[in-house]
Ligand binder design. Structure first.
Ligand SMILES: *[C@@H]1O[C@H](CO)[C@@H](O)[C@H](O)[C@H]1NC(C)=O
Ligand SMILES: *[C@@H]1O[C@H](CO)[C@@H](O)[C@H](O)[C@H]1NC(C)=O
Ligand SMILES: *[C@@H]1O[C@H](CO)[C@@H](O)[C@H](O)[C@H]1NC(C)=O
Ligand SMILES: *[C@@H]1O[C@H](CO)[C@@H](O)[C@H](O)[C@H]1NC(C)=O
Ligand SMILES: *[C@@H]1O[C@H](CO)[C@@H](O)[C@H](O)[C@H]1NC(C)=O
Length: 512
């Protein structure tokens, strides 16, 4: 090898290993440094940004430290630092000029600290800032110009503070913002124009606040929004068409509010919606036109309402539904016959814990893909003949805790894929009418998951007998015309069946 060439190799070697050596040399105590330029420091001994950081540090993470103040000079000499994270450190004060020393910062995370106020325009020197996290602090008021000039900001997290009424121009100019989290504050009111600059916003979190109303037009400029979470507020009414400009919305959560009604066509113009939650609202009724065309909707949650019934077409446009959780509506009595007409992909239908006493014979006639049907904890007194016939793929049916006394013997015979059926908690009447279904249960005992607990409640002499213990020959008398001789006195032994007359065989009274 030529000496000159060998020299070059040495130079390259030194060039690449030097930073590594210097880094190891200068890594401050309490910190970990890696040769790529990231430094992490933890512990009470850290009270300020260490003066001697490896020269090429671009990422500095301080967590669980004693750095309560960012001083005017804290960030001096950190020309290459791009990402600063100072968390869980009881930070309460930032010097008004602190960020003048590091205008190149792209990310500042000050989460989980004690900040209750911020100096005027303290972040304004950070013209290329992309990420600002101030979540889990004690911020109550933010000056309207707090974020002025942060034109490159993409991600702003203000969640878990004490904000009550953000100024209408607080977010003006944040035209590149894609994520905004205002969740877990105490916001009562949002001005109608507060989001008007945020045309690039993809995700907006306003959950867990105290909003009582949404202003007309408040979301109209958010044409790129994919996720809007407004659950856990106090919203009692929606302005008409408040979501109509959100043509790219995929997720909308409105659960746990105080909605008693929603305006006509509230969920029109959302062709890409895939998840909608409305549960835990005291809804009394739904309008005849509510859901626009939404072929991609996969999940819909409508439980914990005060609905007594719903319009027959409420799910008609939700043709993509995979899971429909329409349960725990303790006043829901009635379902229209064609309610589930148009759900060609539905896999799970939960109607448990409603207050249904009758079902229309055609209710399930169009649900060939449903695998799970939950009807437990209702008031069902019977099931119409053939009601389950359309459920060709059903694997599991739960009928626990209803008021069923008997069922037609062929109720489940078309459900050839059935693997789990629950029938306990019903007052089965073990008289003649139960004969056929009792025989089916015995023949299909592995399918009836709770067969041990499927008990007779009547007649009295059968009380608490297992339905599976009923023998076929015990029903022989049923083929005869029977006459009941009513008890004439209190002394009649109710543990014995009534006497029956077998007319066919012309026998006389036959005590059993
Ligand atoms: C930061 O510190 C807090 C408390 O000191 C701790 O709970 C948390 O796990 C730490 N986070 C990281 C990423 O180390
Ligand atoms: C906004 O984002 C676009 C593309 O993401 C970028 O080209 C532009 O420079 C950004 N604007 C500012 C002011 O940073
Ligand atoms: C279904 O959606 C279409 C288009 O959005 C709309 O015209 C129609 O009225 C909707 N149907 C119902 C029952 O709301
Ligand atoms: C909804 O029902 C609950 C009881 O289930 C009741 O306390 C509440 O007042 C009802 N709300 C409305 C708006 O009717
Ligand atoms: C359930 O329906 C029955 C009548 O079928 C009614 O008496 C009862 O009050 C209803 N329960 C609720 C919580 O509304």
């Amino acid at each position: 090898m030529e000496p000159r060439f060998r020299g070059t190799l040495w130079a390259i070697f030194i060039l690449f290993t030097l930073p590594r050596l210097t880094c190891n040399m200068f890594c401050p105590s309490g910190c970990f440094c890696d040769f790529k330029g990231s430094v992490g420091c933890v512990g009470d001994t850290i009270t300020d940004i260490p003066e001697q950081l490896p020269l090429h540090t671009y990422l500095l993470k301080l967590n669980g430290t004693n750095m309560n103040v960012i001083k005017e000079q804290s960030l001096a000499n950190q020309d290459l630092l791009l990402r600063l994270s100072l968390t869980h450190s009881h930070l309460h004060t930032i010097h008004p000029q602190a960020f003048h020393a590091a205008p190149q910062l792209k990310s500042v995370k000050l989460s989980s600290n004690d900040l209750s106020t911020l100096p005027a325009r303290v972040f304004s020197p950070l013209a290329t800032l992309q990420q600002l996290h101030l979540d889990a602090n004690k911020l109550e008021i933010l000056a309207p110009d707090m974020f002025e000039g942060l034109v490159g900001l993409l991600d702003l997290d203000l969640s878990h503070n004490k904000l009550t009424s953000p100024a209408s121009d607080l977010f003006d100019g944040l035209t590149n913002l894609t994520f905004l989290n205002l969740g877990r504050n105490s916001i009562r009111k949002l001005p109608p124009t507060i989001f008007n600059s945020l045309t690039e916003l993809r995700r907006l979190m306003i959950y867990n606040n105290e909003l009582e109303v949404l202003e007309v037009g408040i979301f109209d400029k958010l044409v790129n929004l994919a996720e809007l979470k407004i659950h856990h507020n106090q919203i009692s009414s929606l302005p008409p068409g408040v979501f109509w400009h959100l043509r790219n919305l995929k997720t909308l959560t409105l659960s746990s509010n105080r909605l008693v009604a929603v305006p006509d066509r509230s969920f029109y113009h959302m062709p890409t919606l895939s998840k909608l939650t409305l549960y835990n609202n005291p809804l009394l009724s739904l309008p005849d036109e509510l859901m626009g065309y939404m072929p991609e909707i996969a999940e819909f949650y409508l439980f914990g309402t005060n609905l007594t019934t719903v319009p027959g077409n409420v799910f008609a446009n939700m043709s993509g539904l995979l899971r429909l959780n329409f349960h725990l509506n303790d006043q829901l009595k009635e379902l229209p016959p064609d309610l589930f007409c148009c759900l060609p992909k539905l896999m799970k239908l939960s109607l448990k814990s409603n207050n249904l006493s009758h079902l229309h014979p055609e209710l399930f006639s169009n649900l060939p893909t449903v695998g799970i049907l939950a009807l437990s904890n209702n008031q069902l007194e019977n099931l119409p003949e053939n009601i389950l016939r359309g459920l060709r793929g059903v694997l599991s049916i739960d009928l626990k805790n209803n008021q069923l006394k008997t069922l037609p013997g062929d109720t489940f015979t078309s459900n050839t894929a059935l693997k789990g059926l629950s029938l306990s908690g019903n007052p089965w009447d073990c008289d003649c009418d139960i004969r056929d279904i009792a025989r089916w249960i015995k023949l299909n005992e592995p399918v009836v998951l709770d067969s041990e607990d499927v008990m007779c409640h009547s007649p009295n002499y059968q009380l608490l007998r297992r339905v599976t213990s009923l023998r076929n020959d015990e029903f022989d008398f049923c083929d005869a015309t029977t006459v009941r001789i009513p008890a004439t006195s209190e002394s009649h032994d109710l543990s014995q069946p009534f006497l029956r007359v077998r007319t066919q065989q012309q026998t006389s009274f036959a005590p059993s």
